[in-house]
Structure formats: C-alpha cells, structure tokens
Design a protein around this ligand. Structure first.
Ligand SMILES: NC(=O)c1ccc[n+]([C@@H]2O[C@H](COP(=O)([O-])OP(=O)(O)OC[C@H]3O[C@@H](n4cnc5c(N)ncnc54)[C@H](OP(=O)(O)O)[C@@H]3O)[C@@H](O)[C@H]2O)c1
Length: 343
C-alpha cells in the first residue's frame, strides 16, 4: 500500500506514521505539509530518526498522484476543499470534522464556516468502524469520527438501538488529555495552565454535540438531544466519557449485559467489562481498544456507562487505520495489534 498523510506534522499525523510504520501491508508513507516543505520529519520529531526518512512535500494535486489512500489530518476547512480533488485519484480518510455532519446548516452553525459540497458530503461514509463496516468497505471517502463521539457512540449505540436507555435522558460527562487539542500551544493547554488543574470547556457548544446527536438519531429513527460536558485533564493521552441515562421498564442488569456483550462479541477492539468493573484510560493507552464499563442502579433505575479510548488512536489515527483495513479488505487488526502501554 502506498499511503500519504496531509497534516503529517500534527499529533494525528505523527500517530499515523507510528501505526502505518508497523503495518504489514504498507510500503510507503509520504508526508505533506502546508508550511514546512522540504523539511525532514525527523527535524520536528527526532524520536523517529533512523526509522523514518521522508521529507515533507508541498501539497499539490500532482504530488498526490499514485497513492492508494490519502489521510487528511488537518484542521476544519482543509478537507472541505481538498477531498473532492483527491478522491478522484485515491481513497481518502479525513480525520477532521469537515465531512461528518450531513446537514450543511448544522455544520455551518457549529463550525462557523461553509461546509463541503453536497456531492462530497453524499459520498463520505461516517467511519465508526464497528457500526458502519459494510458501507466503509465500499467507500471512496471516509469521515473519520471525532474522539468524543467515538467514545460516546460505541457505548450508547447498542443501548439506544434496543431501547434499553431513554435517549432523551442521556447526559455525558467527558474528559480528554491535552493532545486532543493538537500540537499548537495555547493558553488553554500549555503546561502552567494545565498542570495540576482540571478545566471544563465549551459547555453546550462543543462541535461534537451535533455529530453524536446525528449518529444516535440514525439508530433511534428519531431526533435526539444530548447534554455533553467536556473537560481537559492534566494528562497527555486518553479520554473517558461517563454517561448517565434512565433505563425504561422492562430492562434490567441482565438485559443490559446481554445487549452490550452481544453487540461487541465479534469486534476486535471493543471490550465490554463485567458489571461494575470500571476501565481507566491507562488500560487502553496507545492502543486501538475502547473499553466499556457499566453499572446499573436498581434504586434510581439509571445506568452509568463509562467508555475509555486513547484519543489519538481509537479516537483518531487508529480508527483511521482500522477503516483503511476495512476499505482495502485487509485484516481489520493489521498494524493495530499492539497491547496498551501500561503503566
Ligand atoms: N488530537 C486528537 O486527539 C484528535 C482526535 C480526533 C480527531 N482529530 C482531528 O484531526 C485533525 C488533526 O488534529 P491534530 O490533533 O493532529 O492537530 P494538529 O496537531 O494541530 O495538526 C494539524 C496539522 O494540520 C496542518 N495544517 C494546518 N493548516 C493547514 C492547511 N491550511 N492546509 C493543510 N494542512 C494544514 C498542520 O501542518 P502543516 O503546518 O505542516 O501543514 C498541522 O500540523 C483535526 O481536524 C482534529 O480535530 C484530532
């Protein structure tokens, strides 16, 4: 496989390089940059010296010919412009939010910019690997899910789909490590602001809200509105979504267990824990796993569901590689077999 990464200098990009370098079918990883043409990747990232030798190339249609797959690990707005040009020549996997929201008005409201063309939005398949596998196999363009949506949807879809939670009562309290904000330093994320600190941000305004609502609505055949609170925690990688929802009459601990376990029994990366065994972010660190823990409270008839992922792996580049594997008929776990780094 010949692969290319646009936005290779960012955190999503360097994580793609790490994963693709260990992929048995990948023979080329070309790297592209809008600001550092001609610079060696190892100048920014010495930890890949003597293993990765490519220099950054200018982004142009001519230079991006001859690849099997092109990853866009870029800020909003870039793939809206580039994915239509690139998808004529290669399969495209977009890690940004540009192609995830089907309704242009919703995208414009939450992202504050114009969306991609209707044609591209229609072509793009939402790449939640476990739930859209059949469409991903046929896709030319993948809208790779956001990190919070991946954690939330993998936990909630089985329960919403089977009516085991009342979707109108879902409240999500989610926390992310600071790599979720990308490599550029900001007052929000730099060391003296984040160390020994816990911050809540974008209350009721996070761009991932419409994405989660859209995808849950598809499984419910009805509209869904959620409350999502996002926090930054003083750790580098990792994400935990703690979700609360009311459980309707007719469902109990045993039924919830059966629904969760049967939904993921044939999936290599989603691990459902036994009742009351809660996962921690370290237990999925640097891996493509999503671990789900849950507790049903008979007293309140509410479910607490906890989903943990590594935001840069299952929440971004790992799921992108999983989608590449599905699109090209490769083993779904190829390049993604590493165990979590613990402790
Ligand atoms: N970090 C996460 O946990 C995470 C999880 C899921 C999804 N995502 C999404 O993945 C994308 C990349 O995230 P990231 O964390 O890797 O961000 P990042 O560290 O800020 O990297 C983004 C890269 O995009 C490139 N870029 C900037 N402007 C560009 C332009 N106009 N044209 C082409 N390239 C441009 C930059 O590289 P050059 O200056 O070298 O071009 C930069 O290195 C974002 O859309 C983000 O929302 C991130």
């Amino acid at each position: 496989m010949k692969t290319a990464i646009i936005g290779a200098t960012g955190y999503g990009g360097i994580e793609l390089i790490r994963l693709l370098s260990n992929h048995p079918s990948v023979e080329q990883i070309a790297v592209f940059s809008s600001s550092q043409q001609g610079v060696k990747m190892t100048d920014s990232y010495p930890h890949i010296s003597e293993r990765f030798f490519e220099s950054l190339q200018d982004i142009s249609i001519e230079a991006l010919q001859g690849f099997d797959v092109i990853f866009l690990s870029t800020p909003p707005g870039v793939s809206a412009e580039w994915s239509s040009k690139l998808s004529a020549a290669a399969k495209v996997i977009d890690l940004s939010g540009d192609l995830r929201i089907n309704d242009p008005a919703e995208y414009e409201k939450w992202y504050g910019r114009e969306t991609a063309s209707k044609e591209i939005l229609n072509k793009a398949v939402y790449g939640l690997s476990e739930w859209n596998r059949e469409q991903i196999k046929e896709a030319q363009i993948i809208a790779n899910p956001g990190c919070y949506p991946t954690a939330v949807l993998l936990g909630m879809i089985p329960l919403v789909k089977s009516g085991a939670v009342d979707a109108a009562t879902i409240i999500i309290d989610a926390k992310s490590g600071t790599t979720g904000a990308g490599r550029s330093a900001s007052a929000m994320t730099h060391y003296s602001e984040m160390n020994d600190n816990l911050k809540i941000y974008k209350v009721n305004e996070h761009k991932h809200i419409p994405e989660i609502e859209q995808e849950l609505a598809g499984f419910l055949n009805d509209t869904v509105t959620i409350t999502l609170s996002t926090h930054l925690v003083p750790m580098t990688r990792g994400m935990m979504a703690t979700m609360y929802a009311s459980v309707p009459e007719g469902f109990d601990e045993q039924k919830i267990k059966e629904i969760l376990e049967s939904s993921y029994k044939n999936t290599p990366f989603v691990r459902v824990r036994p009742h009351k065994q809660m996962p921690s972010t370290r237990e999925v660190n640097a891996s493509n796993f999503c671990d789900i823990g849950w507790v049903y409270d008979e007293r309140t008839k509410r479910l607490t569901l906890v989903s943990v992922i590594d935001n840069l792996v299952k929440g971004a580049s790992g799921q992108a590689v999983q989608n590449m594997n599905i699109m090209f008929g490769l083993e779904e776990t190829a390049g993604l077999n590493g165990l979590p780094v613990f402790p």
